[in-house]
Design a protein around this ligand. Structure first.
Ligand code: 9WN
Length: 719
């Protein structure tokens, strides 16, 4: 595991420790000094990996302040910090409701109920399940009660509705603009107030005063009706079926089902909730034309057509049908939201960057938020959009590592905005690091890590498919194409499990066996050789992974690249031989001191005459950070390598950040720095292929000033 990950995990822990005040974690020490509803859930997910006790205390504190009708409040105020936030209890006056808790000061609204989801994570991540069980038993009825509250008091046409932008968690989302603008603020008296969230340099990041007037207008209205739900529904202008909120409750319903199973409790009611929400969202909030889900104004019976990240949240809730998922994915993975091949942006901004009112700095009107990315990451995995999920995960990790644990980030230059040392950024960063590195290392690698001491010949069976040597390479490549069609997903990843059991793989093996009789002298031109060896490299890796039964990462087997070999024309070739020996013209492996082929090695005669650095964007080492796998033909090899290189350099593996004088690039550039010709060479190749003219100009004018940093390499299997 990269050292910088360990170091930054420590930093994340430091942020959480600093914000922990004994029984809960402040979202941020100065801007948000009390306990927040969904923040606590995200934060507890971070703790669940290294401090179960704290994760439990965090949620226990929140649920201790649950209202008598089941509502979990948006804010639980801490007496000793009163006076530093607005609005505080004197504005909320929640004692006007008969349901307010007796011993706690809270606000009078709620937030997206992600707690059941967090509780399940705490259970799943705990090393001693029996120890956690009493907490699960304690909180389960409270979770049920909190969902009952929504389905009983806050449900209309099977939608759970929110009554305040703060309840949605996305306070000043462009989705609320129309409703808020149309509020006649003279209907209820809004007292004069003084905001506490503004400092000298953050006004352009925070909601406007006119937004705050409306936020407080709504609070005054709730007070006027003593927080009675039916009165609020009748009289308030803000009654919204929020797509994010309904997706979150749906994800939590599914978590509740799992918790009910653990506790052997009845789950009929939960199932019914989940069906109702799922159907309502699927049928009424989806716009096939716009490729997104919208929230719905229940007062005016109209869709709130703003293309925000909330519109993709039905992936998180497991609500979208496969067809809907496919459609919204095509928008989610488009340039409006920083697509996979776009490069030079961090994914995903909270609002379509192509919209005229997209605002890269302003709160919920443009920047990248870690919690939203995290939920979408979970959702994308649920629908098997693995490459995109990894892309989001990478940015959840990269953004804090490069720019600090900020509240939100600029999608184009990564700059952190809002408050510093923000708790959920630290907590969800921690979750991702555990998911991608630590857990993987502890649970999977250590148990299964094998060391290959002796060579394994992968094509050593007696069955041959062909006798006509001339056709072997052609057939092998055709078969690769066939396998690709069948088992490689659109995003360039491979479904190894089904591949291993397939008829096609058996046929493929018969061809690889025939490679033993292949006469390498038949490869005449450099192009023929290049295409042949790239394809063989990519196939020997696939075969090594399949045959050594790797489950999670090529790192499970030490020696995979050097000991798993193909017999080709009676000579054994490992992936290292092909890459460093042949294609890189007998160079050193990135982590070794000597050249691949010893001076007496008979394979030296196959070495390429010249190194074509573009091979680095075509060789696929079976990991998520590799280029997508492709078939290369000798006729088109030049063009194909041009495309592969351009794709890679314009993907998120290369980021030019003029504002910071930084160039973030894939670790491939670090390992093969010499192949590229050092720092200058790296800049040259990027300049040659980069599409973005502005960034190109910056790069060429600032060669000396620019600092190159390397992105983390994800060694998890590209399955
Ligand atoms: C109002 C605490 C909260 C988050 C919200 C975020 C912001 C509060 C505010 O901070 O809202 O709830 O004062 O702006 O919008 O999602 O829970 O981090």
């Amino acid at each position: 595991m990269a050292n910088h990950i360990l170091l930054n995990l420590k930093r994340a822990k430091y942020v959480l420790d600093k914000n922990w005040i004994g029984n809960f974690t402040q979202p941020s020490r100065f801007l948000y000094p009390h306990q927040w509803n969904w923040d606590s859930a995200f934060i507890s997910i971070g703790y669940s990996h290294f401090n179960t006790k704290r994760a439990i205390t965090e949620l226990t504190s929140l649920f201790n302040a649950q209202w008598k009708n089941g509502m979990v409040p948006q804010i639980v105020f801490t007496k000793k910090n009163l006076g530093s936030y607005f609005p505080e209890p004197e504005i909320w006056q929640t004692s006007r409701s008969k349901f307010a808790p007796d011993n706690y000061l809270t606000s009078g609204i709620s937030m997206p109920p992600i707690h059941a989801y967090a509780v399940l994570k705490i259970y799943e991540n705990s090393l001693n399940k029996n120890k956690v069980l009493p907490f699960i038993k304690w909180i389960f009825p409270k979770l049920i009660k909190s969902h009952q509250y929504f389905y009983k008091y806050r449900c209309h046409d099977d939608f759970i509705y929110v009554i305040h932008p703060w309840e949605s968690g996305m306070d000043n989302s462009p989705a609320w603009d129309n409703i808020l603008e149309n509020i006649d603020i003279n209907k209820v008296t809004v007292p004069a107030f003084k905001r506490k969230d503004l400092s000298t340099d953050n006004a352009e990041m925070r909601p406007k005063d006119s937004d705050y007037t409306r936020y407080i207008y709504l609070v005054e209205l709730f007070k006027k009706y003593s927080y009675q739900e039916s009165k609020i529904f009748e009289n308030s202008p803000f009654i919204v079926a929020d797509t994010l909120f309904n997706s979150v409750i749906s994800a939590s319903n599914k978590a509740l089902l799992k918790l009910a199973k653990i506790l052997k409790n009845d789950s009929t009611e939960i199932l019914e909730w989940d069906n109702r929400t799922t159907n309502a969202v699927r049928n009424k909030l989806y716009s096939e034309k716009d490729k997104i889900f919208y929230s719905y104004d229940l007062k005016n019976n109209s869709l709130l057509k703003a293309d925000t990240a909330a519109g993709f949240m039905p992936l998180f809730g497991g609500i979208a049908t496969e067809k809907q998922a496919e459609t919204i994915y095509s928008y989610l993975n488009s340039t409006g939201f920083c697509s996979l091949l776009q490069g030079n942006c961090f994914t995903i901004p909270n609002y379509d960057t192509k919209k005229t009112d997209y605002d890269r700095k302003n709160y919920w009107r443009g920047p990248v938020w870690i919690n939203i990315n995290w939920m979408l990451w979970e959702g994308l995995k649920r629908y098997a959009y693995i490459q995109k999920a990894d892309d989001l995960a990478r940015d959840i990790i990269q953004l804090p590592v490069r720019f600090g644990f900020f509240e939100y980030f600029d999608s184009f230059n990564g700059r952190g905005y809002g408050t510093k040392d923000f708790s959920w950024s630290a907590a969800l960063f921690t979750d991702l690091c555990y998911e991608y590195y630590i857990k993987h290392k502890k649970n999977k690698l250590s148990k299964t890590r094998k060391i290959l001491l002796n060579s394994i010949v992968l094509n050593n069976e007696s069955s041959y498919a062909i006798t006509d040597q001339k056709n072997i390479s052609q057939l092998l490549l055709t078969k690769v194409k066939e396998l690709k069609k069948e088992f490689y997903t659109d995003s360039g990843t491979i479904n190894y499990q089904s591949l291993q059991k397939s008829k096609q793989y058996n046929e493929y093996k018969m061809i690889t066996n025939s490679l033993r009789k292949f006469d390498l002298n038949m490869l005449n031109s450099e192009n023929e050789k290049k295409a042949f060896w790239i394809n063989v490299y990519n196939t020997v890796i696939v075969d090594s992974i399949v045959q050594s039964g790797i489950k999670t990462s090529v790192k499970e087997v030490i020696g995979l690249f050097s000991k798993c070999k193909y017999n080709i024309g009676n000579k054994l070739f490992s992936a290292d031989d092909i890459e460093h020996g042949i294609l890189r013209c007998n160079a050193r492996h990135a982590f070794r001191k000597i050249k691949q082929f010893h001076f007496l090695n008979s394979k030296k005669k196959y070495i390429m005459k010249n190194l074509d650095v573009r091979i680095h964007f075509a060789l696929v080492c079976g990991s998520r950070s590799c280029a997508p796998i492709k078939y290369y033909s000798s006729n088109n090899i030049d063009n194909d390598l041009e495309i592969a290189t351009r794709n890679f350099i314009n993907s998120s593996e290369v980021m030019v950040l003029p504002e910071n004088n930084r160039l973030l690039v894939s670790s491939i550039f670090k390992w093969y720095k010499n192949d590229f010709g050092g720092k200058n060479g790296i800049i040259n190749i990027i300049l040659k292929y980069l599409n973005n003219e502005e960034k190109k100009e910056f790069l060429s004018n600032n060669r000396k000033k620019i600092k190159i940093e390397y992105l983390y390499y994800d060694w998890n299997l590209n399955k």
